[in-house]
Design a protein around this ligand. Structure first.
Ligand SMILES: [Zn+2]
Length: 337
């Protein structure tokens, strides 16, 4: 009996949640996540979008369809370049069928083989996210996706008040993400306005783009001229103080990890406070660093995770510090002088 009590006590003290550290809603304490998604891997993506993103140092998600891949030399070259520069190459099937109109067996092949080809052809591509061809899904399709994907985007339109932080009350909601369709009648002012709505609601905004064209590349579905794309990238850049412009996978990972994580206070010894950011998710997949916030210590201090010294930023009012850590077993140590 006595042993049980001691064990209980040890267990309880190990599970002490940290009072002085918290996980911010989005990376670097940004107010919202904004994700540009380009569907179908069209000519303009290869010849305009990839280099424009690299030039502006922005990331996006390409939901690629692979039909035609076997006929074209260098099909994956620009995808590799995008991936190397922080963008995401993600799954949009092989032949783009409406998955609810084909057999489940066929849907499974479309999902699984596209994922395998992307992972085999684009080094570093995790291929964890999906966009529904034609925007169609049902619970069986979501079950198929849940085996190896962490989220999916449809074509349902957000409404202005629909971009809020609590967009996923259960894990299926990550497979029903809405979007804003950007086509020629959406203006740059509108783009800015959508980011402002997202910042206000604290949620995850996705933009859906298709064809991007210029004098050398023909217009396709939902066409947008190259100048509009450039303007859109500049608009997002100018709002990076409040918007985390990232990939679909990173935003989903962050949101899921934050929900599944807790900061444990392990104790304080000789001016060193120890913590651990524990998560119930598989850390091999959910490897997106989370931002922790704490009151700025009055004296000097150093932060480590494991042996690594961590950088931090200080809030404008000088009261808070922010630093990024990956969930897992590596202890976080804050040394106060
Ligand atoms: Zn598509």
């Amino acid at each position: 009996m006595k042993k049980n009590i001691i064990l209980l006590f040890v267990f309880a003290s190990r599970m002490l949640a940290a009072q002085d550290l918290e996980i911010t809603n989005w990376l670097d304490n940004k107010q919202c996540a904004v994700v540009m998604t380009f569907d179908d891997w069209l000519e303009g993506h290869e010849k305009i979008v990839v280099s424009a993103l690299i030039e502006k140092k922005l990331s996006a998600t390409f939901f690629v369809t692979l039909q035609g891949a076997q006929w074209k030399r260098n099909f994956f070259d620009q995808m590799r370049l995008a991936q190397e520069n922080g963008s995401e190459i993600a799954n949009h099937t092989i032949t783009h069928p409406s998955l609810t109109a084909v057999s489940l067996e066929k849907a499974k092949v479309e999902i699984d083989s596209a994922r395998k080809i992307i992972m085999d052809s684009v080094p570093g591509a995790e291929c964890l996210t999906f966009a529904y061809p034609m925007g169609t899904w049902n619970p069986d399709i979501i079950d198929l996706l849940k085996r190896e994907h962490i989220g999916a985007r449809g074509v349902n339109q957000f409404n202005e008040n629909g971009i809020h932080y609590d967009f996923a009350s259960d894990s299926v909601d990550y497979f029903r993400i809405s979007t804003v369709r950007v086509w020629h009648i959406v203006t740059l002012d509108k783009i800015a306005q959508w980011v402002d709505y997202a910042a206000k609601g604290g949620g995850m905004l996705t933009f859906m783009m298709h064809s991007v064209y210029n004098d050398n590349i023909a217009k396709g579905w939902d066409a947008m001229p190259e100048e509009f794309l450039t303007g859109m990238l500049d608009t997002l850049k100018s709002r990076q103080n409040k918007a985390w412009v990232t990939t679909f996978a990173n935003a989903i990972k962050y949101h899921r990890e934050k929900k599944a994580s807790e900061i444990e206070f392990l104790g304080e010894k000789k001016g060193v406070k120890s913590y651990r950011l524990i998560s119930t998710l598989n850390s091999e997949i959910y490897n997106q660093p989370l931002t922790l916030k704490m009151q700025k210590p009055t004296g000097a201090f150093v932060i480590h995770q494991g042996k690594k010294k961590m950088d931090y930023t200080i809030s404008e009012d000088g009261l808070w510090i922010f630093f990024n850590v990956v969930p897992g077993n590596k202890e976080i140590k804050i040394t106060l002088n």
